[in-house]
Design a protein around this ligand. Structure first.
Ligand code: PDD
Length: 285
């Protein structure tokens, strides 16, 4: 049974209760994180917490725990869930009000909820044992502040569901100018002639922690060139490789786009090199 954390108490997740007047429930008024943990080793904990604190500040939720205070609670949660391969879900909502009113109420305490779920072992770096993903393309219909990791995920859910219902693993999203933004729950990259291209950080995409670590690792290694710039739909369609990245997927290769093979239809050599580097260094963040 999964042990959860709710407002400073640990309990079986089935016993966790929040008020229906919680603004996370009524308005999706909150911020969340997903941090992977492999055999008790967290990946990117500090940058995940930093991004969450920036998100809380951006939407005016006052929550004061330090990095160490988060760390102590998350370490306990991971231990109490067996320290296996876990996704740690962290959620801070604005808290429970006494009425439904859009404006931020004064003096309510944020609700802090965390729980863990099992994830597969740290992904293999061997292309022959990796399943390439199939994705489709959709126009990005989400809001203008996708850089905030808000719990209001209906736009993302709608995009993911539309692809999922048609048998796709993910959906690549494009803005009105047909420029790639990201996928419904991942950042996106293409490879052309050995160079990796990924959209720059702005309000249209989440500043992914996996993206941050991958770009840092590739820059430090120096053997794969990366450019952060606008990527058009035509470039995506002509790419040699397409990758997705997220805390749940690590760096995942895409082999099919809208029913057409990506490149030669096989997992590409640049991905193989990048995943090896990423796997080697990801526990250093
Ligand atoms: N999704 N873009 C979007 C829209 C996301 O929801 C996510 C993460 C990412 C990748 O971010 P990171 O590398 O920090 O996980 C990009 C999480 C895992 C989720 O919602 O489950």
């Amino acid at each position: 049974m999964s042990i959860a954390f709710l407002n400073d108490e640990f309990m079986p997740v089935e016993q966790a209760r929040i008020s229906p007047l919680d603004r996370g429930f009524l308005f999706g008024d909150g911020i969340y994180e997903v941090v992977p943990s492999y055999a008790g080793r967290l990946v990117g904990f500090a940058p995940h917490i930093k991004r969450m604190q920036q998100g809380l500040a951006a939407i005016g939720i006052k929550h004061e725990w330090s990095l160490q205070q988060w760390r102590d609670r998350v370490d306990t949660l991971v231990q109490r869930n067996g320290s296996g391969n876990l996704g740690v879900y962290i959620h801070v909502s604005r808290g429970a009000d006494t009425k439904r009113f859009h404006a931020f109420p004064d003096n309510i305490a944020p609700t802090v909820f965390m729980f863990c779920y099992e994830i597969p072992p740290s992904p293999t770096t061997d292309a022959s044992k990796t399943k390439g993903l199939r994705v489709n393309t959709q126009q990005d219909l989400r809001w203008q502040r996708c850089n905030i990791k808000s719990t209001s995920l209906l736009g993302n859910v709608m995009h993911f569901q539309q692809g999922y219902a048609d048998g796709y693993n993910e959906s690549l999203l494009f803005n009105r100018n047909n420029h790639l933004t990201e996928a419904s729950s991942c950042n996106a990259y293409i490879v052309k002639d050995g160079v990796v291209f990924t959209p720059p950080l702005d309000n249209q995409i989440l500043p992914g922690i996996t993206r941050y670590m991958l770009l840092d690792i590739l820059a430090n290694d120096g053997s794969i060139k990366v450019e952060q710039r606008v990527v058009s739909m035509d470039e995506v369609k002509a790419a040699d490789e397409i990758w997705l990245s997220s805390s749940s997927k690590d760096i995942a290769p895409v082999i099919e786009l809208d029913g057409q093979p990506v490149g030669n239809g096989n997992i590409g050599p640049v991905w193989e090199k990048a995943i090896k580097l990423y796997s080697q260094h990801k526990f250093n963040y």
